[in-house]
Ligand binder design. Sequence first.
Ligand code: UDP
Length: 254
Amino acid sequence: MNRRRRIYEGKAKILYEGPEPGTLIQHFKDDATAFNNKKHEIVDGKGVLNNRISEYVFNNLNAIGIPTHFIRRMNMREQLIREVEIIPLEVVVRNVAAGSIAKRLGIEEGTQLPRSIIEFYYKNDELDDPIVAEEHVTAFGWATPQELDDIMALAIRVNDFLSGLFLGVGIRLVDFKIECGRLFEGDMMRIVVADEISPDSCRLWDIKTNEKMDKDRFRREMGGMLEAYQEVAKRLGILNENDRPAGSGPTLVQ
Ligand code: UDP
């Protein structure tokens, strides 16, 4: 099964050659990493949950006309995607102060921001993904000014959609990260949302209790990471008995 050609292996995912030209298979591993791989553990079943949650989000984005690389989920851990040229930026959208912005600007975690803020980080492990300005992005040619406009428009649309989606199931979308890629179709090129959108790449807080339902549980050694991801899936209505991952079963929060 895994004799397919491996194109790339990252911290949480592997990309294999797809069945047709222009396609790839994205495989979700159980590896949880933080602080640029300094903290690393295997969380049994995380890959299955992220595959399902990301499938759900990307299907909905496609359905409302936000272009993505996603084609379809293939099995518990894999999805078929379009091959894109990844733009080397982590695009972060923030609604509430948390994590690095809280630290950098001395804002108390949980403070609502005056408006949604978009930030760019240069994807480079050796440099620990430094924050960069639009000036750096265009001057160094990571994206053109037109592409940057498209990326920001996509990021805002994804934020609006995700904020509503999660609000509807009692979850506050504090912030999230997306990656974008260039999709070439004939002699046309457009920017699409790539990678994954899951509790690994979002901060999700319970509306009522502010309980963290995301990777901060792992980063901050709080425990209960898998249970929190299961709860997100359950609230989105996508956790059914058959795809319950190995490890502990879903536990009811509340
Ligand atoms: N994020 C991510 N991958 C990274 C860095 C950040 O998915 O390599 C996400 C993170 O989960 C959060 C948002 O981007 O939802 C903002 O992260 P932040 O800059 O606060 O950094 P952190 O505190 O996670 O190091």
